[in-house]
Design a protein around this ligand. Structure first.
Ligand code: ACK
Length: 315
């Protein structure tokens, strides 16, 4: 294809307004890696004319990546250029010339929501009290156990819904919404990330060729599982799973159930139970997100409004 490899790429695919001088980027440690891609922490000199050095995250491919992965990273860049929202990860620049493709994005100091939650514990179960939150609570063994409140859970749910509502408004279907793809930055601001597999809803032809079982089954709506149909309504289903991950502080969905058993289970109407710590309002949202009929699921706009109300009633 035309995007088959970096050397066949013409500069018109990328645009100069985003190009960042490769030499002004100092790569540091690997933050995380997948099969074909990795995210590396880096220092960027004079980003946007700041005159100083900023900490950034750089997304790149591993040498073993193929043209398809290159194409995914290139389309992630194309999408990220178009988005600007406090709850969506921001693109800061790109290195596309004379070397591997680098996407420079904002650095999120707490990593993914999944790892953030797994390192957290509830301050006061079933209490909304966040007046005395201690973000860094020294554990006996010296490690830091973050304490979060029920209110934090709702604020997280609200922020993710805000970011997703924005993307849905741009007709962007995420297709891989999961706690591992939401990042946590300073001040506990959540950012939707990982657009690698996102596609505009109208680009129907790109769907089938990209679904090679790389999207985890336990986050997928039945229509995506059975018919490879991805819409904002299937993102809503995944959002319900993210709420479940959040309230369980990063547990893996459908514990003990092998992915291949999910197919028949979901068809018979099986859904995850209310987790012990889960407020009723939050479980009610999950159940709505997991309606078999996509049209019966709520919209992100409705979820934002609903969560707004709950948060206001509990201030
Ligand atoms: O949970 P983590 O430590 O945080 O592991 C994942 C890993 O890379 C793979 O996605 C981390 N990561 C990804 N993007 C960023 C970013 N922009 N800032 C900080 N960490 C990131 C993520």
């Amino acid at each position: 294809g035309q995007w088959g490899s970096p050397d066949t790429m013409t500069s018109e695919i990328f645009d100069d307004t985003w190009e960042f001088p490769r030499g002004d980027l100092t790569l540091e440690n690997i933050l995380g890696e997948g099969e074909f891609g990795q995210v590396v922490k880096a220092q960027a000199k004079n980003l946007n004319g700041s005159g100083s050095t900023s900490v950034v995250a750089v997304k790149m491919l591993k040498p073993e990546a193929s043209g398809t992965e290159y194409q995914d990273l290139a389309s992630e860049f194309q999408l990220m250029k178009e988005v600007d929202h406090p709850n969506v990860i921001k693109l800061l620049g790109v290195c596309s010339q004379k070397g591997p493709l680098y996407l420079i994005v904002e650095y999120c100091e707490f990593g993914s929501l999944r790892s953030f939650l797994r390192a957290s514990q509830f301050k006061n179960q079933s209490s909304w009290d966040d007046k005395k939150r201690q973000v860094d609570n020294e554990e006996p063994d010296g490690s830091q156990a973050r304490e979060i409140t029920i209110r934090d859970l709702f604020v997280f749910a609200w922020q993710i819904a805000k970011g997703m509502d924005y993307l849905a408004g741009l007709k962007i279907v995420h297709r891989d919404l999961a706690a591992r793809n939401v990042l946590v930055s300073e001040g506990l601001k959540l950012k939707i990330s990982d657009f690698g597999l996102s596609r505009d809803v109208y680009e129907m032809d790109t769907y089938l060729k990209l679904s090679k079982g790389r999207i985890p089954v336990k986050w997928m709506a039945p229509e995506s599982l059975y018919r490879q149909v991805y819409t904002t309504k299937s993102d809503i289903w995944s959002y319900g799973i993210v709420l479940w991950e959040t309230v369980t502080l990063g547990a893996s969905p459908y514990p003990g159930i092998p992915a291949e058993r999910l197919f028949p289970l979901l068809t018979t109407g099986y859904r995850m139970d209310r987790p012990e710590e889960c407020p009723d309002e939050l479980y009610a949202i999950m159940q709505k997100c997991w309606k078999s009929e996509p049209e019966q699921r709520p919209t992100f706009t409705e979820l934002v409004r609903f969560l707004d109300n709950i948060l206001q009633q509990n201030t």
